[in-house]
Design a protein around this ligand. Structure first.
Ligand SMILES: Cc1cc2nc3c(=O)[nH]c(=O)nc-3n(C[C@H](O)[C@H](O)[C@H](O)COP(=O)(O)O)c2cc1C
Length: 178
């Protein structure tokens, strides 16, 4: 069964990226499971590079990992912050590097074959603004032997603005179609 995990990272709840992701999620079939985690609301610890002595996640990180392990599809739902991912999303990615060396976790094996997606919101309509984020996540997926699902980029600045981005909204319901 398909299980889609949405990892939200905006510094405001119900922001544009999440609104767009909810429109895309509405296009998933009834037989597809959904899980939503707000990374910005979790007490994610700082990443300490202890490689090659990684250790399995605890606390809030364990919650995220359990949801990731159960998922077939992982979606980063992110506003563009300074041409990059918001800090909570980037922090989670850094923790993935530690998990690669955690004994008994099987992180690389568990990630292989999952599908990675990206949904963004940004103020600047220039389409090249999202190129660095999309390239970074796409390359990360390839490096982890994950499949790249694709990206959906909405435009808006104030919360709710993305609901006026008619072109992107029209593509949202079919975004997750395989
Ligand atoms: C810290 C910060 C940095 C931002 N940097 C950019 C940027 O580099 N490019 C851009 O187009 N918009 C930028 N924005 C605007 C947001 O991407 C925009 O308001 C977006 O709709 C926020 O999405 P959200 O409602 O899901 O949080 C920035 C906003 C904040 C708060």
């Amino acid at each position: 069964m398909r299980q889609v995990l949405f990892l939200c990272s905006s510094a405001r709840p119900q922001g544009n990226a999440r609104l767009l992701a909810e429109r895309a999620a509405a296009g998933l079939g009834q037989d597809v499971g959904q899980d939503w985690i707000d990374l910005a609301a979790l007490p994610l610890p700082a990443f300490h590079d202890c490689r090659p002595h990684g250790h399995p996640p605890e606390g809030a990180l364990a919650t995220v990992w359990q949801a990731m392990a159960l998922s077939t599809d992982i979606v980063f739902v992110a506003p563009v912050y300074w041409y990059a991912l918001p800090a909570p999303a980037k922090l989670l990615l850094d923790h993935w590097s530690g998990w690669l060396d955690a004994p008994g976790m099987g992180f690389a094996d568990r990630m292989r074959g999952k599908r990675l997606w990206l949904i963004t919101a940004r103020a600047d309509p220039d389409p090249t603004v999202v190129a660095p984020i999309e390239a970074m996540l796409h390359r990360a997926a390839t490096w982890l032997n994950m499949a790249w699902g694709g990206a959906l980029h909405g435009i808006g600045d104030a919360a709710g603005d993305v609901l006026t981005d008619a072109d992107t909204l029209s593509r949202a319901p079919g975004f997750f179609t395989l």
